[in-house]
Design a protein around this ligand. Structure first.
Ligand code: FES
Length: 115
Protein backbone atom coordinates (compact mmCIF):
# COMPACT_ATOMS: atom_id res chain seq x y z
CA UNK A 1 0.00 0.00 0.00
CA UNK A 2 1.20 3.55 -0.64
CA UNK A 3 2.52 5.48 2.33
CA UNK A 4 1.88 9.00 3.53
CA UNK A 5 4.01 10.92 5.99
CA UNK A 6 2.10 13.34 8.18
CA UNK A 7 4.15 15.99 9.95
CA UNK A 8 2.50 17.65 12.92
CA UNK A 9 2.87 21.39 13.39
CA UNK A 10 5.34 20.73 16.19
CA UNK A 11 7.48 18.51 13.96
CA UNK A 12 6.45 15.00 15.05
CA UNK A 13 6.26 12.70 12.05
CA UNK A 14 3.89 9.78 11.44
CA UNK A 15 4.05 7.38 8.51
CA UNK A 16 0.91 5.49 7.53
CA UNK A 17 -0.01 3.02 4.82
CA UNK A 18 -3.25 3.97 3.11
CA UNK A 19 -5.19 1.83 0.69
CA UNK A 20 -5.51 3.04 -2.89
CA UNK A 21 -8.84 4.84 -3.21
CA UNK A 22 -8.94 5.85 0.44
CA UNK A 23 -8.46 9.52 1.25
CA UNK A 24 -5.67 11.16 3.22
CA UNK A 25 -8.03 12.35 5.99
CA UNK A 26 -9.32 8.85 6.72
CA UNK A 27 -5.78 7.53 6.54
CA UNK A 28 -4.86 9.85 9.38
CA UNK A 29 -7.86 8.90 11.48
CA UNK A 30 -7.40 5.15 10.94
CA UNK A 31 -3.78 5.47 12.05
CA UNK A 32 -4.40 7.76 15.05
CA UNK A 33 -2.44 10.64 13.58
CA UNK A 34 -3.15 13.73 15.69
CA UNK A 35 -3.89 17.06 14.02
CA UNK A 36 -6.64 16.06 11.59
CA UNK A 37 -10.21 16.04 12.89
CA UNK A 38 -12.27 15.21 9.79
CA UNK A 39 -15.42 16.20 11.60
CA UNK A 40 -17.81 15.91 8.64
CA UNK A 41 -16.44 12.57 7.51
CA UNK A 42 -15.34 13.94 4.16
CA UNK A 43 -18.63 15.58 3.18
CA UNK A 44 -16.93 18.89 2.32
CA UNK A 45 -18.55 20.86 5.10
CA UNK A 46 -16.08 21.31 7.97
CA UNK A 47 -12.51 22.12 6.81
CA UNK A 48 -11.11 20.36 9.90
CA UNK A 49 -8.98 18.15 7.68
CA UNK A 50 -6.71 20.87 6.30
CA UNK A 51 -3.17 19.95 5.42
CA UNK A 52 -0.28 21.54 3.57
CA UNK A 53 1.04 19.41 0.75
CA UNK A 54 4.84 19.31 0.62
CA UNK A 55 6.19 21.33 -2.32
CA UNK A 56 7.61 18.22 -3.99
CA UNK A 57 4.13 16.68 -4.20
CA UNK A 58 1.94 19.60 -5.23
CA UNK A 59 1.98 18.83 -8.94
CA UNK A 60 1.09 15.19 -8.44
CA UNK A 61 -1.70 15.91 -5.95
CA UNK A 62 -3.12 18.75 -8.01
CA UNK A 63 -4.93 21.83 -6.84
CA UNK A 64 -8.36 22.22 -5.28
CA UNK A 65 -10.57 20.56 -7.83
CA UNK A 66 -13.93 21.91 -6.86
CA UNK A 67 -15.54 25.23 -6.09
CA UNK A 68 -16.71 23.78 -2.76
CA UNK A 69 -13.20 22.89 -1.65
CA UNK A 70 -11.85 26.32 -2.58
CA UNK A 71 -14.66 28.03 -0.66
CA UNK A 72 -14.05 25.99 2.49
CA UNK A 73 -10.32 26.64 2.33
CA UNK A 74 -10.90 30.37 1.97
CA UNK A 75 -13.30 30.36 4.93
CA UNK A 76 -10.70 28.62 7.10
CA UNK A 77 -7.72 30.68 5.93
CA UNK A 78 -7.72 32.89 9.03
CA UNK A 79 -6.79 29.84 11.12
CA UNK A 80 -3.52 29.39 9.26
CA UNK A 81 -1.88 32.77 9.77
CA UNK A 82 1.26 31.25 11.27
CA UNK A 83 1.85 28.66 8.54
CA UNK A 84 4.07 30.83 6.36
CA UNK A 85 4.88 29.68 2.84
CA UNK A 86 3.30 26.25 3.42
CA UNK A 87 -0.10 27.96 3.32
CA UNK A 88 0.01 28.20 -0.47
CA UNK A 89 -0.26 24.40 -0.68
CA UNK A 90 -3.29 24.04 1.57
CA UNK A 91 -5.77 21.28 0.73
CA UNK A 92 -8.60 19.43 2.38
CA UNK A 93 -7.09 16.03 3.04
CA UNK A 94 -10.48 14.36 2.58
CA UNK A 95 -10.30 15.43 -1.07
CA UNK A 96 -6.95 13.76 -1.76
CA UNK A 97 -7.55 10.23 -2.86
CA UNK A 98 -4.65 7.81 -2.62
CA UNK A 99 -3.13 6.32 -5.73
CA UNK A 100 0.04 4.31 -6.22
CA UNK A 101 1.58 7.47 -7.69
CA UNK A 102 1.17 9.19 -4.32
CA UNK A 103 3.34 6.64 -2.51
CA UNK A 104 5.67 8.74 -0.34
CA UNK A 105 3.34 11.77 -0.13
CA UNK A 106 4.28 14.23 2.61
CA UNK A 107 1.69 16.53 4.20
CA UNK A 108 2.14 18.98 7.05
CA UNK A 109 -0.61 19.65 9.55
CA UNK A 110 -1.73 23.05 10.76
CA UNK A 111 -1.34 24.33 14.30
CA UNK A 112 -5.09 24.11 14.75
CA UNK A 113 -8.16 22.86 12.91
CA UNK A 114 -10.64 24.94 14.92
CA UNK A 115 -11.01 28.64 15.72
S1 FES B 1 -13.45 16.12 6.60
FE1 FES B 1 -14.82 17.80 6.52
S2 FES B 1 -14.14 18.94 4.81
FE2 FES B 1 -12.72 17.30 4.94
Amino acid sequence: MPKVTYIEHGGASHEAEIAVGENVMRGALYNNVPGIAGECGGALSCATCRCFVDDAWVARVGGPATHEERELLEAAASLDTDEGPARRNVRLSCQISMTDDLDGLVVRLPAKQYA
